[in-house]
Design a protein around this ligand. Structure first.
Ligand code: G6P
Length: 367
């Protein structure tokens, strides 16, 4: 097992470090030079033109990818998008639109609820696309089309590299939808191609600075509760950060859309409550900062996660982490990495079994 960890103490840390490579592999599987081709997936431009409604169905972290995907697809195309938890979707009486595509996101391709949702869509005559990591898995076999993420085997129960590959798969899909439907200019498309290719090297940069997060983790190792706030894509990343933290460090943690704070959770803020704030979306920057000020005035300790250049963050946050600048649409790919590292170091600091957290399974094949 030590050999399989290639010198890393845990699979999770190894897999966090594999992200630049596997993201690159996933991008390169459909992007050549300036063009994206979904031929291997089996989705033609004509298909993409005719689709009007997209349903994204998944569980756990894959659902969080779906949330990011929703923002990105909505921003780039005229498609209507809904993201659903597979365990809810399968028991609802949802009226599925004609000309729709159901995207099932699953690392293992075996999650019982996601598989059931896929079957339900097929029964209702809705075309299905799996974004799946495991070749030949049930969802990959049964979906009409499959976009394979190339994360390789993921051992740690808490997903990192598979999540990151799912994100880029979603971006590429959104970009090609926009292109096929004539909803994006050539310049903007070329710009996004350039930007998506910078994700791996920018993650390398973040990984170089991991000791800072390790230090910060040592300061929060004994907290009992944590909150994550953000808006838009930052909210989706906050949900993933919060899930990671609770999964492996057993700290009670909740993610909230920053604008919802005043509708309840602000009553839980006391002196010293730690609030992680993800603030990368320029159009929402001021709004989230004002929410940070609100919780700070009630005693919160603030962790601010933003991009280089937003140095005013230091006037509000007690601890700030910067990620390299990138197109707002792709920010999740960078901001999730410090949150992965943070959860990892908190779990290690508490002496827990990072790769095999209690009560959780890598793949949930029962209901
Ligand atoms: C389990 C795993 C999560 C994963 C979820 C969905 O809860 O611990 O990491 O996000 O299942 O799994 P899937 O294989 O469908 O992506």
């Amino acid at each position: 097992e030590a050999a399989e960890k290639s010198g890393y103490e845990h699979f999770m840390l190894k897999e966090i470090h594999e992200q630049p490579k596997v993201i690159k592999d996933t991008i390169n599987s459909v992007l050549t030079d300036e063009n994206i081709s979904f031929e291997s997936v089996g989705l033609s431009d004509e298909d993409m033109k005719n689709i009007q409604q997209v349903y994204i169905v998944a569980c756990g972290s894959a659902y969080h990818v779906g949330m990011v995907a929703q923002y990105v697809i909505e921003e780039l195309t005229s498609l209507s998008v809904r993201v659903e938890l597979a365990s809810e979707f399968r028991y609802r009486q949802m009226k599925l639109a004609k000309n729709s595509l159901a995207i099932i996101i699953s690392q293992s391709g075996e999650t019982a609820d996601s598989l059931a949702a896929l079957r339900l869509c097929k029964d209702k005559g809705v075309r299905t696309l799996g974004i799946v990591n495991v070749v030949g898995s049930s969802i990959a076999r049964e979906a009409d089309n499959v976009f394979y993420t190339l994360a390789g085997p993921e051992i740690s129960v808490a997903t990192t590299k598979a999540y990151s590959c799912q994100l880029v798969a979603a971006y590429l899909l959104a970009m090609q939808f926009a292109k096929a439907r004539g909803e994006i200019s050539d310049e903007r498309f070329a710009q996004l191609v350039e930007e998506i290719n910078t994700i791996p090297e920018k993650i390398e940069k973040i990984l170089e600075d991991k000791e800072r997060l390790q230090w910060f983790a040592s300061k929060v190792v004994n907290i009992k509760d944590a909150f994550f706030i953000g808006r838009g894509i930052d909210y989706a990343v906050g949900m993933e950060g919060s899930l990671k933290l609770k999964e492996i460090s057993y700290i009670h943690s909740e993610a909230y859309a920053a604008g919802e704070l005043k509708h309840g959770p602000i009553s839980l803020i006391e002196d010293g409550t730690v609030v992680f704030s993800v603030v990368t979306q320029s159009a929402l920057y001021e709004k989230t900062i004002s929410n940070m000020v609100e919780v700070k005035s009630r005693g919160a300790k603030l962790f601010g996660l933003t991009t280089y250049g937003n140095y005013a963050m230091e006037d509000v946050a007690d601890f700030t982490v910067y990620t390299p600048r990138i197109d707002n649409l792709f920010a999740a790919s960078l901001s999730v990495v410090p949150l992965q590292l943070l959860s990892y170091y908190v779990s290690v600091g508490k002496g827990y079994d990072v790769d095999k957290p209690r009560n959780l399974a890598k793949s949930v094949t029962v209901e």
